[in-house]
Ligand binder design. Structure first.
Ligand SMILES: [Zn+2]
Length: 430
């Protein structure tokens, strides 16, 4: 190539890079392209119900389309109204960032492309009776929780990849057209076939953050999976799981099957504790299964000991978990519809914009009837024993009564502030 030609092409490429860096290509018009991104995201959601490789590590069989992560007939039925439940979901069709309650049939609630036909059978033991009366059943249920969470994230990562590649292709086309335009007066450059830009712009950057957020806990899930499988297969190994299972004497109109994590500092080291929780309601009782990892023993044991020390704490734990922890839960539609619309709005708002952790107490009461029942029982117990009620007990009951009365449903309505909040949360969890 002649020196003069080299110079021409260098200058032209610099202009292309400048245009890309200044986000000046048509595709980089964020307002416009974010609509396309959103549509492509929605179109690709069908991947969540398409067969894929069985979730059991080492199995290469094809999964069925819909494995339940919560037993349908023995658990979901107990909170269903005419075969349906409600679940919180981010409204991707609206420009205003908000969650809404959506109705879903129990055939489709909690499903994911999980296991092959052979491995579906390992959950049969409690699929029918719904009883988690031994550690094996509790761990199998926890196992499904992780498999669903991991599969969900892996599919979302695949969707992100599809979107990112399409976007990059469009940018390359824009750059190619632009370069052809600049060089049109030089016949020696008429045969440039394609341009590839490797830079990072706003869209690629947000997709990267989204990817990091989705991928971050997957390694920890694999530790859980390996430990549970070893346990089930009775392989000789050091047990690295901390498991708590309780059955409480009241029915909760909700079923939870999810995880939450919390970073903390121990011996000058930043660690990330992951907890898996299952709330499995029966007709008049509820099973609660919590599992954590040995590596976070101090934090997790303290959390479990406190949470399971009395029924009020159990209720507080579940309420905080569904607001500050996971959004993979289902509620009885009739129960939800009995809330005032402001209370509904506030709960959905807090799920989306919470800055608290699952360890923090939620300052509103969600399950009022259950809370009132527990307060009554505790009050009766305190009054019927010989020792008078202690100031600590009194204070505790009062706090719960205040929670029942709290209707201070303050919410930000400014769309820009809310979008900023969401962005900050995403980037913080990098
Ligand atoms: Zn399999």
């Amino acid at each position: 190539m002649k020196d003069i030609d080299k110079k021409i092409i260098e200058l032209a490429l610099d202009t292309v890079i400048d245009k890309f860096t200044n986000q000046d290509f048509i595709t980089q018009d964020f307002a416009n392209y974010s609509k396309i991104l959103k549509n492509r995201y929605l179109q690709n959601q069908s991947l969540h119900i398409r067969k894929r490789k069985c979730s059991i590590i080492g199995c290469n069989e094809e999964s069925i389309k819909k494995s339940h992560s919560i037993p349908k007939s023995s658990i979901l039925k107990n909170i269903a109204l005419n075969g349906h439940v409600f679940k919180p979901e981010f409204n991707t069709r609206n420009d205003f960032p908000k969650n809404e309650m959506v109705e879903i049939g129990i055939n489709n609630a909690s499903v994911f492309p999980g296991y092959c036909i052979k491995h579906e059978n390992i959950f049969k033991s409690f699929e029918i009776d719904g009883k988690f009366d031994n550690a094996k059943k509790a761990l199998l249920q926890t196992y499904r929780t992780i498999c669903r969470e991991r599969t969900y994230r892996e599919i979302e990562l695949e969707i992100n990849d599809i979107i990112k590649n399409e976007y990059k292709q469009k940018i390359n086309e824009d750059a190619h057209n632009y370069l052809k335009d600049i060089l049109s007066k030089y016949p020696q450059f008429n045969d440039i076939e394609k341009v590839k830009i490797d830079g990072v712009d706003r869209v690629i950057n947000s997709l990267k953050y989204m990817n990091d957020y989705l991928a971050q806990p997957i390694e920890q899930f694999k530790i859980f999976e390996k430990n549970i499988l070893n346990w089930i297969l009775k392989l000789p190994f050091k047990n690295n799981l901390i498991v708590r299972v309780v059955n409480i004497d009241f029915h909760l109109p909700i079923s939870v099957c999810g995880f939450a994590n919390q970073t903390y500092i121990e011996k000058n080291k930043t660690k990330n504790a992951c907890i898996l929780i299952n709330v499995m309601p029966h007709q008049s009782t509820t099973d609660i299964i919590c599992v954590g990892l040995e590596q976070d023993r101090t934090l997790i044991e303290n959390y479990f000991d406190f949470s399971f020390s009395d029924p009020i704490n159990i209720l507080n734990m579940i309420e905080s978990f569904i607001i500050n922890g996971t959004d993979h839960w289902f509620i009885n539609p009739g129960y939800w519809n009995n809330f005032t619309s402001l209370k509904q709005e506030k709960i959905l708002y807090d799920i989306l914009f919470t800055e608290d952790s699952f360890i923090d107490e939620y300052k509103f009461s969600i399950f009022d009837d259950v809370r009132i029942k527990i307060i009554k029982i505790l009050t009766t117990n305190f009054n019927s024993r010989q020792d008078p009620i202690t100031p600590f007990e009194k204070e505790k009951l009062n706090r719960e009564i205040i929670k029942l009365k709290n209707t201070d449903y303050d919410m930000i309505k400014d769309i820009d502030v809310l979008i900023d909040k969401l962005n900050n949360m995403l980037y913080k969890k990098e």
